[in-house]
Unconditional design. Structure first.
Lengths: 120, 110
């Protein structure tokens, strides 16, 4: 059974940093691209970033480019999202998701999300 | 990366069919056959129900179907059931090598 467990969310001040983690199990992590999608309270989904299975390709939404960094540790089956210079508009539930293939593609499995609150 | 355009809400009676549209541009929906649809219940994670315009993942009911014409993609749900009441989001690959979601559509089963 595919399992994705996010952690690292919490309250941070504007301008601060957070590092989200996603522990994956139930599938061969090294064979699949992974990504992050966020959802502000009461709002729609926003694609944030994706990384290929080998970490050779990464992509970011314009809204986070230059502030967020996606990475993965294939030896530990873990996906990360380093978030710097956080803004109020970054407050959301952040979902970790598994792609359908090794390349950046649609998300076939999702975690339950971790909440990030940005406030002074 | 402007969000794709979806109707805010649609409704239908049990047994009927409904269609949700998703309009983009030549740089996303119209340029690639990489449109997907997600279903989301309140407080839950999204679930992929259609990928690559018209393909259903294993386990998804064949009452869900997808199509595309020009810059507009569509999700059709036939034989509407109460359990279909949820939010639906389209998603497309873009010319910037990114992906973009639609604003979401709330489906109400009357």
């Amino acid at each position: 059974e595919v399992r994705l467990l996010e952690s690292g969310g919490g309250l941070v001040q504007p301008g601060g940093s957070l590092r989200l983690s996603c522990a994956a199990s139930g599938f061969t992590f090294t064979n699949y691209a992974m990504g992050w999608v966020r959802q502000a309270p009461g709002k729609g989904l926003e694609w944030v970033s994706q990384i290929s299975s080998s970490a050779g390709n990464t992509d970011y939404a314009d809204s986070v480019k230059g502030r967020f960094t996606i990475s993965r540790d294939n030896s530990k089956n873990t996906l990360f999202l380093q978030m710097n210079s956080l803004r109020a508009e970054d407050a959301a539930t952040y979902y970790c998701a598994k792609s359908l293939s090794s390349d950046i593609s649609d998300f076939g499995y999702w975690g339950q999300g971790t909440l990030v609150t940005v406030s002074s | 990366q402007s969000a794709l355009t979806q109707p805010a809400s649609v409704s239908g009676s049990p047994g009927q069919s409904i269609t949700i549209s998703c309009t983009g541009s030549n740089s996303d929906v119209g340029g690639y056959n990489y449109v997907s649809w997600y279903q989301q219940y309140p407080g839950k994670a999204p679930k992929l129900i259609i990928y690559d315009v018209s393909n259903r993942p294993s386990g998804v009911s064949n009452r869900f179907s997808g199509s595309k014409s020009g810059n507009t993609a569509s999700l059709t749900i036939s034989g509407l059931q109460a359990e279909d009441e949820a939010d639906y989001y389209c998603n497309s690959y873009t010319s910037s090598n990114t992906r973009v979601f639609g604003g979401g559509t709330k489906l109400t089963v009357l």
